[in-house]
Design a protein. Structure first.
Length: 286
């Protein structure tokens, strides 16, 4: 199929893009990598009055270390993130997660901001944003605002971004040098949408103690943290019984989807299994 008729604009600045969003009054869509939007338009699942192409807007494709924070421009390609030495050194969890995304052509065009704004429940990058307690910067007619990851994802394909706002930057706290991390995913084939994914970060704090971060993707309607499962591992360690308890608790915490790819019960089971695997793998690297 072909998309419905639409206007096309390629602004050269954020201000120009914002003016176009206001002109179309919520009926325009922003084009970043187009890996999700273009197929949806071709199948006429969405039919925007206009496309506002952000690929000519300067200053949206940076990766910068700013003290203890890594700032990533929203138009930065996933392939760039995959091979960035700065990301490898400061955000190894993001580097691991990006390698699970689709295939080479997907990552070559797809952007970090596009993945976050699209908010597909199966996407890996929103999961990393939740695991690391990151935030995004959005710019609208009233200026910039910062949105924490916990407040950003509302439901499948829906975020707290307003129709007249543009996601401009992602900010993630740099991971400590002694952090271990792992991403465990189950999909029918490599590159397919994830049926379930779990990300884990483990940091030694001394005296045999650790801080733990666990987050899911592909399981429920939005990426989510597994706080109570984290607490079990922080208090009880990483023995077989503690890992089993953390996995069971993770399975209790999620609100799994049921669709043609997997039942809710199967996703709940996978959450337990992948939590145990990810936590053990991250601990081994911490």
């Amino acid at each position: 199929m072909k998309p419905a008729k639409f206007d096309y604009h390629a602004p050269a600045s954020i201000d120009e893009a914002l003016a176009l969003l206001q002109r179309y009054g919520g009926e325009a869509r922003l084009l970043a990598g187009g890996q999700s939007l273009v197929p949806m338009m071709n199948f006429r699942l969405v039919a925007p009055a206009a496309l506002i192409d952000l690929n000519r807007v300067a200053g949206l494709d940076h990766i910068v270390a700013d003290g203890a924070t890594v700032r990533i421009g929203a138009m930065t390609r996933q392939r760039t993130i995959e091979f960035s030495p700065l990301i490898a050194a400061r955000l190894p969890l993001l580097r691991q997660a990006v390698r699970w995304i689709g295939h080479l052509p997907t990552r070559s065009r797809g952007t970090i901001g596009g993945s976050i704004a699209h908010a597909d429940p199966a996407a890996e990058i929103p999961m990393v944003l939740r695991a690391l307690d990151g935030e995004v910067v959005a710019r609208g007619p009233s200026g910039e605002r910062r949105i924490a990851a916990a407040d950003l994802f509302l439901s499948p394909l829906t975020t707290a971004l307003q129709p007249d706002e543009i996601l401009t930057e992602i900010r993630l706290p740099a991971m400590p040098e002694n952090a271990g991390c792992a991403v465990e995913q189950f999909a029918r084939r490599h590159g397919d949408f994830a049926i379930a994914t779990v990300a884990a970060v483990v940091v030694q704090t001394g005296g045999g103690r650790h801080t733990v971060r666990l987050a899911t993707g592909g399981v429920g309607p939005v990426a989510s943290r597994l706080d109570a499962a984290e607490t079990i591992l922080e208090q009880e360690g990483f023995g077989r019984a503690a890992l089993a308890a953390a996995g069971d608790k993770a399975a209790e915490l999620v609100d799994p989807l049921s669709d043609r790819n997997a039942s809710a019960g199967y996703r709940r089971h996978l959450t337990a299994v992948l939590t145990r695997r990810a936590a053990a793998a991250a601990r081994a690297l911490a």
